[in-house]
Structure formats: C-alpha cells, structure tokens
Ligand binder design. Structure first.
Ligand code: APR
Ligand code: PHB
Length: 389
C-alpha cells in the first residue's frame, strides 16, 4: 500500500491531523493498535481552547461541540474556605468550551468515516523504517499477516507509550521530565455540576476539582496518594474526602451519586526534543505530557497538529520545506509555555508531601496575590484560554 502521510495512532492528534490533511487533498492512512470502541472508552479532560475549537471547525467536525458544549467565561479558585472567580471574558474577552474529549474523538471518527479515509484498527507490531530517507515505510501485522505502507512522511500521534518516539535514535532525542508525588482520583457521575463553572480547590488535605461534562453529568477529582488503589476508594469515601476540601456553598450543592467511572491518574510533565527526525514528526502525547491541572493535553495536541498540517500543506501545495524544517521549533515553543503553565497551576494548587511550613505560606500568599491582582488574574486567563498559535 502507498499513501502520502502514514499516521500512527487514532487518538485526538492522529484523527484531527488525518481529517485536516484529507480536507486539503492529502492522502493519509491511520494505523491504530486498539479497536475504535477501546479508544472511545478512555475518559480525559474536557476544556477546549478557542484555537482547538477553530481547528475542529476547520476539520468539519465542530457542529456537535458548538451545540452541546458549555461556554465557560471563567473558573473559580477556592482556598481558605472561600471561592474567587477569575473572569476570562472581562479580563481578556475570551472563553473556553467545556466538551468531553471522548466526544471530540467520536466526532472526528464520524467525520473520518464520512469522507471515507482509511483507519486500520487492531494494527499490531507497528514498526517504522527508513525515517532518515525520503521513502519511509511503516510495517504492521493484522490477522497474522505482515503489511507494509510506503509513504512520504510519518506522523507519530501514538501517545506517550507509542512506538514513534522510541524510533528516534537515543543520541538524538533529549527527554525532560518531572514526576509529581501524587495522583488524581476521578469519578464521573450523573448528577448536576456543583457550580456553573469549574472549581479548582486548594486545601490543606490536598487539591480538589469540580468539573462537568454536561448540565447533568459531573466529573470530580481529588488529589490522592500515588500508592492509592481505586478499589480502596468507595464512592462514600470519595465524597467524604471531596467535601472536606470544598467551601460550604459547594458542599451544599454537591449531589453525591453512584460513580459510573472511577480511576486514578499519575501526574507528569514530560517533553521530548526534537519533535522531528528525518521524515518522522511527533505530535501530541507522543512528544509531551502535561499534568491535567489546566487541561492542556488535548489543546497542545491541537496546536502541534496545526503546525504540522500547515507544514505538510506547504510541502505538497507550494513545494516548500520551510514549514517542515521549522515544525519542531515552532511546536516546542508553544509546548514549553503550556508546560510552564500546567506546572505552575499544579504547584499552586496541590499539597506536596515534602512541603515545609514556609513552602505552604508562600503557596497561600501566591494564591492571595493571584485573586487580588488584575495583572496576575490576566496572566492566568491568557494561559488558560490558550496562547496564540
Ligand atoms: N501502534 C499503533 N497505535 C498506537 C501504538 C502503536 N504502537 N501505541 C499507541 N497507539 C495508539 C493508542 O492506542 C491511542 O489510541 O495511539 C493513540 C494515542 O492517543 P492518545 O494517547 O490519546 O494521544 P494523542 O492523540 O496525542 O492525545 C492528545 O488527548 O487523549 C488525550 O491525554 C491525551 O490530552 C491528550 C490528547
Ligand atoms: C475534566 O473535566 O476532566 C478536567 C477539567 C479541567 C482540568 C482537568 C480535567 O484542569
């Protein structure tokens, strides 16, 4: 088989890139290790920046997001028993859309089926070859048979554990990483949200977040220990702990209900540089991970895809390699800014096991400064709604 761009991974990055390329007449095939149902079973954050929303529109897959997504003009930060609103709309005239990442993936999959582009699910043992030449190849097996795809470029959109990043020689790739000493225990529940906007809570017992998927479905998180096990957290214990970390008004509005999903996620900051090697480009979680505080994962994947899509369109339509050559530096410049913001949000809102009395006083004074300074709130707003592409 031959295609112009072979895309590894049918997560949000691979599907969005595939859709944008196809819309501009660039042929592509997606290889995904799992089944479509498995990919749709993953629950992830749900805050969409304007830039990512525009890109979904460009891909022709934004209709349901605009219909069902919730426009949020701000967030609330809670500490010391009180809540403080950061009003994005007033500060910088922008908003975000709260819409589940699972739904975005579904919309992109539907869009791909509608235009008839090919996704090969359950592709096993994917391997990349000749990436240093202008005739790279991808091999995979399916149904006991080995297949080969010849292509011009490979887009590694296969997430943190994928094969693409590992195909770049170790003496070329540099990894930067911070692993945080706690996790997030999250539940999904069919009860209305605690507040109209997201509440990010800093408490002596640890961080909590009240988020949502719709007017009738809540997504709730509490900071937990890294060695905690989901089975050891009953719904009752979860709500007890969440209540300890929220303000009185939030506790009054919290409607506990049976969880329909419960999981623990570790928190990590990670960047691999460069994001290109020869004819292989990394995009999304394959190249970088952010802790979920600030919900930048999908949004960063979208900006990578934007730069890569533009670079490939320039290559095929204008015969220019300039975008391809600039891809890694352009993408990384925005990646590091989002890494900084996610690290900062995480640092200000969580309880670190090793933190001293001094560290805790500094954290509290940073939060007090934040909610009392127009400049500080504007800086948060600008980063939360998303820096320009
Ligand atoms: N071969 C083929 N597919 C693979 C391989 C492989 N060797 N390894 C991983 N994959 C697939 C995974 O099964 C997954 O469906 O690649 C896909 C990667 O998807 P994500 O992990 O979602 O990564 P990405 O698309 O970059 O996501 C960006 O969305 O899902 C969130 O947390 C993610 O916020 C981040 C954003
Ligand atoms: C979520 O709704 O899952 C969510 C929202 C905001 C975050 C992280 C996760 O910062």
């Amino acid at each position: 088989m031959r295609t112009q761009v072979a895309i590894i991974g049918a997560g949000p990055s691979g599907l969005l890139l595939g859709q944008l390329l196809a819309k501009h007449g660039i042929d592509n095939v997606i290889l995904e290790r799992q089944t479509g149902e498995y990919v749709l079973g993953r629950i992830r954050a749900g805050v969409i920046e304007k830039g990512a929303a525009d890109l979904l529109d460009e891909a022709g897959c934004g209709t349901r997001m605009h219909r069902e997504g919730l426009i949020h003009d701000g967030i609330e930060i809670s500490f010391g028993g009180a809540r403080h609103r950061i009003n994005f709309k007033q500060l910088i005239g922008k908003s975000v859309i709260v819409y589940g990442q699972t739904e975005i993936t579904r919309d992109l999959m539907d869009g791909r089926s509608a235009i008839g582009s090919q996704t090969i699910y359950e592709a096993e043992d994917v391997s990349l070859h000749d990436i240093g030449t202008d005739k790279p190849k991808v091999r995979y097996s399916k149904g006991g048979q080995v297949h080969e795809i010849e292509c011009d470029f490979i887009a590694g959109c296969d997430g943190f554990h994928g094969v693409s990043r590992k195909s770049i020689p170790t003496d070329v790739l540099k990894n930067f990483e911070r692993v945080y000493p706690f996790g997030w225990l999250g539940i999904l529940v069919d009860k209305p949200p605690v507040s109209d906007e997201l509440i990010y809570a800093n408490h002596d017992r640890g961080f909590a977040l009240c988020s949502m998927r719709s007017p009738t479905r809540s997504r709730l998180y509490i900071q937990c220990r890294l060695d905690d096990k989901v089975e050891d957290w009953s719904d009752e214990a979860f709500y007890e702990e969440l209540k300890r970390r929220l303000d009185d008004e939030a506790i009054k509005r919290l409607q506990p209900g049976p969880s329909i999903e419960k999981s623990i996620a570790p928190l990590r900051s990670f960047v691999a540089e460069p994001m290109r090697h020869g004819r292989l480009f990394l995009a999304g979680d394959a190249a970088h991970i952010v802790p979920p505080t600030g919900a930048k994962g999908l949004n960063l994947a979208a900006s990578d895809v934007y730069y890569l899509w533009q670079a490939l369109v320039d290559f095929y339509k204008k015969k220019s390699s300039a975008g391809i050559d600039a891809y890694s530096a352009r993408a990384l410049s925005r990646v590091w800014k989002a890494e900084r913001f996610s690290w900062w949000m995480t640092s200000q809102l969580h309880r670190f096991p090793e933190s001293s009395g001094f560290d805790q006083k500094i954290q509290r004074s940073e939060l007090e400064y934040l909610v009392s300074s127009q400049a500080a709130m504007t800086a948060l707003a600008e980063n939360y709604v998303g820096l320009p592409y």
